[in-house]
Design a protein. Sequence first.
Length: 198
Amino acid sequence: MKDILRKSSTLEWKEEQEKASSEEKKGKMEASGDAKPRDLMDQDTFWSNFANKERKTYLCYEVELLDGNSWVLLEEGRGFLHNQLDPAKRYRVTWLLSWSPCTDCARDLVTFLQHNSHVSLRIFTARIYTYLKGYEEGLRSLQGAGAHLAIMTSTEFEHCWGTFVHNQGTPFEPWNGLDENSQEESMKLQRILQNEDN
């Protein structure tokens, strides 16, 4: 059995910092600085931003590489954001987001996916970002570009807690209303993706 190390990261997204360079829009996922593992988020940050409350957008991700017939998590410390993805290999990127991508972010992701057919993207989000016009079309465009979109359930929240949070061995405890909120947001997302009136 192969030793698998988790590639994990926590990034705080700020709307004013989301302008991608033209190079990134062409599929290059590069950042300045040395490649190094990201810090885990603290428990308060997790509860404040993922527990169905309106806060900032947090992105946690894992990158897997297709090895034969199975997906293998990339080694910790490889610095996914610092490397251009090898077009000869197949990657699966999984995002756990506190908010779904806004219209502009969705457009940039669609462009990235169109230029990188060797990458598949799965997005699990705690809630749908509805503050800017066109968010529905942005989500539909992402789905049309091949991205898998879903609302986080207790399974994804528990995975996020266990993988990306400095939880000090504390088990994940679902908050009141988690399942109901997940079901409500999931129905809303399905209506959007099926282009039904809200």
